[in-house]
Design a protein around this ligand. Sequence first.
Ligand SMILES: [Zn+2]
Length: 113
Amino acid sequence: MSTLPACPKCNSEFTYEDGNAYVCPECAHEWSAQAAEPAEAAAKVYRDSAGNVLQDGDTVTVIKDLKLKGSSGVVKMGTKVKNIRLVDSDHDIDCKIDGFGAMSLKTEFVRKV
Ligand SMILES: [Zn+2]
């Protein structure tokens, strides 16, 4: 889920994307989508399954049973995961789970406590 930037001219939040450009329906201002990207990448926002913003050190719970790669273990739904660390990768949460050790989770499968 990505949020589009507000219109730099009139501050409208109804911006929509048109190819490589952003368009403001209120004042008809058009600007390049490319220019906005470096800033967005620098401040990546991690969100859980419910859309809450996650931060390093947060505690989350797992919202579905997660099979562990390369083992028969399953991290049960409802498992509490303390002190998460957010990383820029496919599995964007680094954490340690009691009984399982260090592992990586996806933000879409957790919910902030
Ligand atoms: Zn505008």
